[in-house]
Design a protein around this ligand. Structure first.
Ligand code: ADP
Ligand code: ZN
Length: 606
C-alpha cells in the first residue's frame, strides 16, 4: 500500500497529486476524469501522447482501498511505469511472461494480501481463467485498459486478445473501467466504447494539439547534410529518432552521423531481436543517442525526453506522421518534428500505392490519405489547422510555433505555369518522367528530344523563362495535388490526373508556394530547448542523475525528468522545503534524493 494511503491520508486527488507525484495542478480534463471514475463511472480517455493519461488511472487507484488492474500490451512500457511509480513510493508491480516463477509467486501473494496499489498485466495473462479467479478473490478498485485502440480490427495495432477483454464487464460488473488511447479517429472511438465500456461510458476528448512540438517540412536537397545541420544547430547531444523508409537507409544514415562525430545507431526489423533490444535499451537509458529507424521502432517507447523526430522519407499518412512525431517531447519541453521530402519521394510513394495488391476501394482510401499528407506538406499557412483538422479539430492557426508561422513562405499564381506543364506532359504522350518533361519545357536539346521529335512540339521551350528548379517545384506540387499521377507501370512517367481538366480549361487557378532557398544562416543559434545545457549546474545535476540511475538500474528520467532538472537549475533551491516546491518532486523523491540534489547544487561552482 502506498505511503499516502497507509498513513491514513484522505484520498483527495489534489493531495495525492502533490504528495505522491510532486505536481501542483491537474492538466486539461484530468480532474474531471478522476472524479468520474472515482464515482464509479466508466470512461474513455482520448489524449495525445504526453497528454497525461497515466495519472487518470493512477490517482483514482490511490484514492480508494484495493488494487487497480492496468492492462497494457507493451512489456517495456509496463516495466518503466512500474519503476516510475515505485520511485514515487507507490506499491506497483507487473505480471507478465518475462518474470521468473519466484517473482511471480511473490507478486501474486502481494496482490491477494492487498499490498498492491496498482498491478500492470499483459492481456494474455489477464485472460487466463486462473488469473480471473485470483482477481475475484481480491479487492479490485479500478480496471484500466491502456492502448485501447488495440481492440480495433481496422487499426494498425490490432490485438485479438483485446476483443476478449469484454469478459471484464461480465466478471467485474461493479468495478469502474477506464480505457485510454492516443488514437483519435471516430471509428476507433466507437469500437472501444462498444466492445470494452458499454453505452453508459463517458467519453473525454482532449485537444490533440502538441503545443511544444515545432513542425517543419522542407524540401530535400542533400538530405543527410540537411539532417546533420539541423541536429547540430538545434539538438546537439540530445536524443532523437530519424525515420527512414528502407533498412539500408537507416544503416547508411546512422553510419554517416557517426562519421560526423554524432552518437547514432540503426534499428530495423531485419536485425536480430537481441541487437534490436540492445539498441532500444541504449536509447532509453542514455541521454543523447540518435536512432535511425524504420517504422518498426517506436511502438511502446515511452521515453519522455526525445527532443526531435526527423523524417527523411514521407510517412504513410497524416495519422502515421502524427503518431511518429508524437514521440517527441512527451515531457512537454520544446521538441522538433522535422521532415524533408522531394518530387522523387512523391512519385515513389504514389507508385508503391498503385502497384500494391490492395483492392480498388482500399487503394482509393490510401490515395486520399496520401493526398491529405501531401497537402499538409505543401501547405503555405500554419501547419496546425491542417494537421488537427484531419482529426476533426478546429485550430485557429497562427500558432507561432511552426515553420510557416515563423517564416511564412512566398506564394505565387502558378496557373499559367501549371497549364504549360500539364500540356507538355500531354503532348509528350504521358510517358516521361520529370527530367524529360522539364527538358522539353525549357527547350533543352537532348538526343532523346530530337529522336522523338519533341523539339518540334508546340510545347517545346514554352517555359524557357523559368528555371529548372522552379519547374521541379511546379511538377512536385501538381503531383502532390493529384493533377499529375505517376504511370501505373512504375517507370517514373507522369500522366494527367483526373481533375486537371478544369485547370487546363482555365476554369480554376492554382497558387503554389515558392520553395525556400536552403540557408544555414537562417535562425541559427536558436536552440529548441530552453535548457541552458552549458550551465555547470545543469551538467552537475545530469551527472548526478546518470550515476544514480546507473546504480539503481533504471533510466535517468525515472529519477527526475529533464523538465524537473531544468526547474531546479532555474530555481536553485537551497533547502529541502524549496526543493519540494518544484514540479516533479514528490514526497518520496524528496526524502530519497533531496539531500543529494542540494549537495550537488552546492558543489557545482556556477
Ligand atoms: P501519456 O500516457 O498520455 O502519453 P503520460 O501519462 O506519460 O502521458 O504523461 C506525460 C508526462 O506529463 C509525464 O511525464 C507526466 O508525469 C507528466 N504529467 C502528467 N500530468 C501532469 C500534471 N498534472 N502536471 C505535471 N506533469 C504532468
Ligand atoms: Zn503555425
Amino acid at each position: 500500500m502506498s505511503a499516502a494511503v497507509e498513513a491514513g491520508m484522505p484520498g483527495n486527488p489534489e493531495d495525492l497529486l502533490r504528495q505522491v507525484f510532486g505536481y501542483s495542478a491537474f492538466r486539461g480534463r484530468q480532474r474531471e476524469i478522476i472524479d468520474h471514475v472515482g464515482d464509479g463511472g466508466h470512461a474513455l480517455v482520448l489524449m495525445p501522447t504526453g497528454g497525461g493519461k497515466s495519472l487518470c488511472y493512477q490517482v483514482p487507484a490511490l484514492m480508494r482501498p484495493g488494487t487497480a488492474i492496468v492492462v497494457s500490451p507493451l512489456i517495456a512500457l509496463m516495466r518503466d511505469q512500474v519503476e516510475a511509480l515505485r520511485h514515487n513510493g507507490v506499491a506497483a508491480a507487473v505480471l507478465n511472461s518475462s518474470l521468473d516463477a519466484e517473482t511471480r509467486r511473490r507478486t501474486e501473494q502481494d496482490l491477494i494480501e492487498g499490498r498492491l496499489d496498482l498491478l500492470y498485466i499483459a492481456p494474455e495473462r489477464l485472460l487466463r481463467e486462473s488469473t480471473l479467479r485470483m482477481f475475484e478473490r481480491c479487492e479490485i478498485n479500478l480496471l484500466a485498459i491502456d492502448e485501447a485502440h488495440c481492440v480495433s480490427q481496422w487499426g494498425h495495432d490490432f490485438r485479438p486478445e483485446y476483443l476478449k477483454l469484454d469478459v471484464l464487464a461480465r466478471r467485474f460488473p461493479q468495478v469502474p473501467r477506464i480505457a485510454l488511447t492516443a488514437t483519435a479517429d471516430h471509428r476507433t472511438r466507437g469500437e472501444i466504447v462498444e466492445r470494452l465500456l458499454g453505452r453508459e461510458a463517458r467519453v473525454f476528448v482532449d485537444s490533440f494539439d502538441r503545443p511544444n512540438i515545432r513542425y517543419t517540412v522542407g524540401l530535400k536537397r542533400n538530405a543527410r547534410q540537411q539532417l546533420l545541420s539541423f541536429i547540430r544547430r538545434r539538438h546537439p547531444g540530445q536524443s532523437g529518432i530519424v525515420y527512414c523508409f528502407s533498412r539500408r537507409k537507416t544503416e547508411e544514415t546512422a553510419g554517416f552521423l557517426v562519421e560526423q562525430g554524432l552518437d547514432a545507431l540503426s534499428y530495423h526489423a531485419g536485425m536480430g531481436s537481441a541487437e534490436r533490444q540492445a539498441a532500444q535499451d541504449r536509447f532509453i537509458n542514455e541521454d543523447g543517442l540518435i536512432i535511425c529507424a524504420t517504422i518498426a521502432f517506436g511502438m511502446g517507447i515511452d521515453k519522455p525526453d526525445v527532443r526531435f523526430v526527423a523524417h527523411l522519407d514521407l510517412p504513410k499518412s497524416i495519422e502515421s506522421y502524427y503518431q511518429e512525431t508524437g514521440r517527441a517531447g512527451r515531457d512537454g519541453l520544446p521538441a522538433d518534428a522535422w521532415m524533408v521530402y522531394s518530387l522523387a519521394d512523391v512519385v515513389r510513394i504514389r507508385q508503391l500505392l498503385e502497384q500494391s495488391n490492395a483492392g480498388d476501394e482500399q487503394k482509393k482510401l490510401e490515395r486520399e490519405r496520401l493526398e491529405a499528407l501531401l497537402a499538409y506538406c505543401e501547405q503555405a499557412g500554419c501547419r496546425r489547422p491542417a494537421l488537427l483538422g484531419y482529426f476533426g479539430e478546429n485550430h485557429p492557426g497562427n500558432c507561432g510555433h511552426c515553420d510557416n508561422c515563423q517564416d511564412p513562405p512566398e506564394t505565387w499564381d502558378a496557373t499559367e505555369a501549371a497549364r504549360m506543364a500539364l500540356s507538355c506532359v500531354y503532348r509528350t504522350g504521358q510517358r516521361f518522367g520529370a527530367g524529360h518533361v522539364i527538358d522539353v519545357l525549357t527547350g533543352k536539346s537532348t538526343e532523346r528530344a530530337e529522336q522523338l521529335g519533341h523539339d518540334r512540339l508546340s510545347t517545346w521551350a514554352i517555359g524557357r523563362d523559368t528555371d529548372r528548379s522552379t519547374w521541379h517545384s511546379v511538377l512536385r506540387q501538381l503531383l502532390a495535388a493529384g493533377y499529375l499521377v505517376p504511370d501505373p507501370e512504375g517507370h517514373g512517367g507522369l500522366r494527367l490526373g483526373a481533375d486537371c481538366r478544369a485547370l487546363l480549361r482555365g476554369e480554376t487557378d492554382i497558387e503554389m508556394r515558392r520553395d525556400a532557398v536552403p540557408s544555414s544562416r537562417k535562425s541559427r543559434s536558436k536552440k529548441a530547448v530552453d535548457i541552458d545545457t552549458e550551465s555547470p549546474l545543469w551538467q552537475a545535476l545530469r551527472q548526478w542523475r546518470l550515476e544514480t540511475a546507473r546504480s539503481e538500474e533504471v533510466p535517468p528520467y525515472v529519477i527526475f525528468h529533464d523538465a524537473t532538472l531544468a526547474a531546479i537549475v532555474e530555481a536553485r533551491p537551497q533547502t529541502l522545503d524549496e526543493l519540494a516546491d518544484i514540479s516533479g518532486v514528490g514526497e518520496h523523491k524528496l526524502a530519497r534524493y533531496g539531500e543529494a540534489v542540494i549537495r550537488t547544487l552546492d558543489g557545482a561552482d556556477d
